[in-house]
Design a protein around this ligand. Structure first.
Ligand SMILES: [Cu+2]
Length: 407
């Protein structure tokens, strides 16, 4: 079997092209080096996104090489074991001790995933650690994130990562291009408290292709002394529900059936056509229709406070918790700003992650939906919270059950 990763790059020496960070950064920014992964050799020529000059990035790489080394002697090292969504890694809400270097590991995994069992829709998802979205990372302001990014040898494509929470080098995207069989280590300081998206951005049309194939996730950078309301009072949560909303653009055949493909990347040309419509075939939570409903529903108890972290790397959304509210909503994702309070539906800017906090007051099933209800019901963007506890008639009571009225 012939390797088919990024043939445009494979034609030249990988080391010549991507030595250091210079052209890797340029590729991510301009798309100048990006090309189709399709084995048939269809190439998509992509104009520069912003016309960034390679010389600029060359200068940046040179500056980094000449910069003084950082003294990290005051930092302790900890490993964060990442877990699959909708769960959160073990963490402190209020940081103990000084800033840390938090070591994490992400492995790029290209895997065939079912999107909707009812229709047979499937996708060769491009993932971090095998899940859509990628795992939630949690650190505190002032910590360093030290990421090892590994691309297995049996991958079809190159990958990288752009952390919106970081500063410089295209969010790290310019420093993290890894081809199959390569790994890299990136360290960056979390200087902005908030929830932020991260995503793959290998260059040109590959950027939306990878992002709409699931290659995105969220990091939460907590203030060292934890979350607060607008008056500075501490806010604490009992659990986190990490929800990644994913728009998919799955190619269909002339009969309206979803196409299937043998390998990751084989759908590239068809996907380009589907993506250009800007109309997703699916908008789902955590990778697939029903990933957070039924047996997979989120669980909570009356009196429990849940922090809902919502990530959407590509498209706007407007979540609503049916039967509940957003008691505290960090709508922009920034924890520097006071949270909004008592919100019915909140806005998720495409290309960001944000947080909403709610304390459940009644038992039962709550639907957490994208309140474009077409997307919630027809495209898949629905999750369920199943909440245990005692009903409170003071909040709601069925005074008269539905019955035929007399005419
Ligand atoms: Cu990727």
């Amino acid at each position: 079997m012939t390797k088919r990763f990024n043939p445009g790059l494979a034609q030249t020496s990988r080391r010549n092209v991507l030595r250091g960070t210079v052209l890797a950064g340029a590729a991510a920014m301009t798309g100048g080096l990006a090309s189709s992964a399709n084995g048939a050799g269809r190439r998509t020529s992509v104009p520069p996104l912003r016309g960034a000059a390679p010389q600029f990035l060359q200068a940046e790489a040179q500056a980094q090489a000449e910069a003084a080394p950082v003294d990290l002697s005051g930092y302790t090292r900890v490993k964060q074991e990442l877990v699959a969504p909708p769960f959160a890694p073990q963490h402190e809400q209020v940081a103990s001790g000084g800033p840390k270097i938090v070591e994490i590991e992400l492995i790029t995994e290209e895997r065939l995933m079912v999107v909707d069992e009812d229709t047979g829709a499937e996708i060769w998802a491009l993932t971090y650690n095998g899940s859509v979205p990628g795992p939630l990372i949690i650190v505190h302001e002032g910590d360093y994130v030290e990421l090892t990014l590994r691309n297995p040898t049996d991958s079809q494509m190159e990958h990288n990562i752009d952390f919106h929470a970081s500063t410089g080098a295209l969010g790290g995207g310019g420093l993290t291009h890894v081809f199959p069989g390569e790994e890299t280590v990136l360290r960056w300081k979390a200087t902005k408290p908030g929830c932020f998206t991260y995503h793959c951005a290998p260059g040109g049309a590959m950027i939306p292709y990878h992002v709409t194939h699931g290659m995105n996730g969220a990091i939460m950078v907590l203030p060292r002394d934890g979350l607060k309301d607008g008056d500075g009072n501490p806010l604490r949560y009992d659990s986190i529900a990490y929800i990644g909303e994913q728009d998919y653009y799955l190619p269909m055949d002339e009969n309206g059936d979803y196409r299937t493909y043998e390998l990751a990347g084989d759908d590239y040309a068809d996907s380009m056509d589907a993506m250009r419509t800007l109309v997703p075939t699916h908008s789902v939570f955590n990778g697939a229709v029903g990933a957070l409903t039924g047996d997979n529903a989120l669980r909570a108890k009356v009196g429990e406070t849940v922090l809902m972290i919502h990530n959407q790397a590509n498209r706007d959304s407007r979540p609503h918790l049916i039967g509940g509210h957003g008691n505290y909503v960090w709508e922009t994702g920034s924890f520097t700003d006071a949270p909004l309070t008592g919100i019915e539906s909140w806005f998720v800017r495409g290309g960001s992650a944000m947080a909403a906090m709610y304390t459940f007051e009644q038992p039962g099933v709550y639907a957490y939906v994208n309140h474009n209800l077409i997307e919630a019901v027809l495209l898949g963007a629905t999750a369920h919270f199943v909440v245990d506890g005692a009903w409170d008639n003071a909040l709601m009571e069925q005074v008269v059950a539905p019955h035929s009225f007399e005419t």
